[in-house]
Design a protein around this ligand. Sequence first.
Ligand code: 0O2
Length: 205
Amino acid sequence: MQPIEKLESEKIVAKNQIALQTVMNKLQLINKELSVREGRILIHNISGRIKEPNSIKVKLRKKGCEENYETALEVINDIIGARAVCYYMDDLYLVADVLNTHKDMEIIKIKNYMEHPKKTGYRSLHLIVKLMIPYGGKQEMVKVEIQLRTFAMDYWAVLDHQLRYKKENTDNDSEKIEKELMDYADSLESIDKKMMKLRNKIAKI
Ligand code: 0O2
């Protein structure tokens, strides 16, 4: 077993950066392709990050797993993570459908937190993919998590992340705050749905 710090080796960092860039490029190209097909832009912005070893250790600890490199690769899906923020809810499926046609990539898991929100209120469409990248003269397989969100889902998740997500709150108020955040996530979903209906109504005029 090797230490988590192996992720900081030059070779692994380069491989992960290539994988992240490849996925972000794919999302950019899909945005081009879909904008021609649908007659409007679907993705507002694309971002990505490689998870820090410390953050990986915390996540492994939370999952009750051993803190080593091999376990991290096996159980942590989002060591490499890309995110596309879309305009409307149905855009998430259109983007996912095109990604599914890419031959150098296999979707190995879909977590549909749009259909089945987490109990926090979190909504998003997560695709865990295995991506083939050319590296060191051969094809290497790398796991990447792609998060597809609407503006509203992203707005909620970013604020939730800042306010609560990574904090251990034992305060008496925390239950109330969690309920409030959940209610706001529901309200944003309702606006998301209304905006999509409005877009369709305007398109028919
Ligand atoms: P960070 O800092 O964003 O990277 P599992 O697949 O269940 O074994 P995992 O990876 O926790 O374990 O899966 P999950 O629940 O699909 O979450 C992956 C990521 O989704 C998280 O990564 C967050 O980015 C986001 N996420 C999930 N739940 C919430 C939530 O309640 N609020 C917010 N703001 N984001 C959420 P990380 O590594 O936990 O965090």
